[in-house]
Design a protein around this ligand. Structure first.
Ligand SMILES: Nc1ncnc2c1ncn2[C@@H]1O[C@H](COP(=O)(O)OP(=O)(O)OP(=O)(O)O)[C@@H](O)[C@H]1O
Ligand SMILES: [Mg+2]
Length: 325
């Protein structure tokens, strides 16, 4: 396979909380290739956003290394640094907070084009703005140019923030809960737009969501990484993760997804956790952090040793129970 566009090597991020140090992201290693979709899933607070922000270069790491096209992002300078800054763009959960309410949609999209000298002259800028709006399915573009963010629906605003991210011709997008704020009815059409862009532009995407059903839909051709309390616990091609989940936590998450057919959902066996309480990062359980809730808890090994993310049947899994054959 071609060289990875993004590489995370043992990346850790700590924060000071109540005079103590928490590991929001702990020893995460991951390669993402050109044009690939990787989805990060897991419960609230497991470190998804922190991982995405570090990868996009907007949050420094505490330990480890992040490489962009093979180069350490902490050491980039000059042209390489600019290429990384423009090449990796982040789309946030709440487009309302990130779009200037005083500017028209045309001005919001035109600003980065002009700032980075990507278009020459007013006519070319306007033409590119229209093209980008059409690309994110805001059509006809003329209906949106003179509108302000508050005059659009949540889904339309999110499309504007995607168009703005595309102004600088990125090769990689971090989409953090990019469809979580919009109504369920328009979620799929927004996901379809993202999929279309990915294919048309060869974009790599890190898609962050707490909803495994969404991950399954969006990343079906890609890979899914499951996080638990700051660590990656399973990383596998999406189909494999769904059809043969290996980590007990992945199995629990999958068993909780409703199926399209309510009859199937009603009879679906939900795997019960040993405990419903999510431990605090301030007081992490020893050994495998999932052991107090794990339905397959083995005993001393799980309590004592932190499982590493190791190869297992075409996936990578951090669990003492999983066979490595
Ligand atoms: N700036 C910060 N200062 C202190 N703690 C932080 C900071 N940012 C994140 N954290 C903590 O790090 C942990 C991981 O947070 P993060 O936002 O990455 O989780 P998440 O998986 O994105 O959750 P959610 O699904 O709720 O968005 C949480 O315990 C959070 O409280
Ligand atoms: Mg988050």
């Amino acid at each position: 396979m071609a060289n990875p566009i993004i590489t995370l090597e043992h990346v850790t991020r700590t924060f000071r909380v109540k005079r103590e140090t928490i590991k929001a992201v702990d020893d995460v290693s991951l390669d993402i290739h050109e044009g690939e979709i990787v989805c990060l899933v897991g419960e609230s607070g497991c470190g998804k956003t922190t991982t995405g922000k570090m990868l996009a270069g907007v949050l420094p790491i505490s330990a480890g290394k992040i490489l962009y096209r093979g180069k350490d992002i902490a050491r980039l300078s000059g042209r390489d640094h600019k290429q990384f800054r423009l090449g990796v763009q982040m789309i946030h959960q709440d487009p309302y907070a990130s779009l200037n309410p005083a500017h028209t949609i045309a001005a919001i999209i035109a600003a980065p084009l002009q700032h980075h000298g990507l278009t020459r002259g007013e006519a070319q800028t306007q033409a590119r703005v229209r093209e980008l709006l059409a690309l994110v399915d805001l059509t006809p573009p003329d209906d949106f140019l003179e509108k302000f963010p508050h005059q659009l629906s949540g889904g339309q605003r999110q499309r504007v923030s995607i168009a703005r991210a595309l102004t600088v011709n990125p090769s990689f997008i971090v989409a953090d809960e990019a469809v979580s704020m919009v109504d369920v009815s328009i979620r799929i059409s927004l996901l379809n737009t993202l999929t279309k862009l990915k294919t048309a532009m060869g974009l790599g995407v890190l898609f962050i969501t707490h909803d495994l059903a969404l991950a399954k839909y969006f990343a079906w051709e890609g890979r899914v990484g499951v996080m638990y309390l700051g660590r990656l616990v399973e990383l596998a091609p999406a189909r494999q993760l769904v059809e043969q989940p290996q980590h007990p936590y992945t199995q629990v998450l999958l068993s909780a997804i409703p199926e399209a057919d309510p009859e199937i959902t009603r009879h679906k066996r939900r795997i019960e956790l040993r405990s419903m309480d999510v431990p605090s990062l301030l007081r992490l359980p020893t050994g495998c952090a999932f052991h107090p809730r794990c339905p397959q808890f083995l005993g001393a090994t799980c309590e004592r040793d932190v499982p590493e993310l190791l190869a297992a049947h075409g996936a990578r899994v951090a669990c003492h129970l999983v066979s490595r054959q």
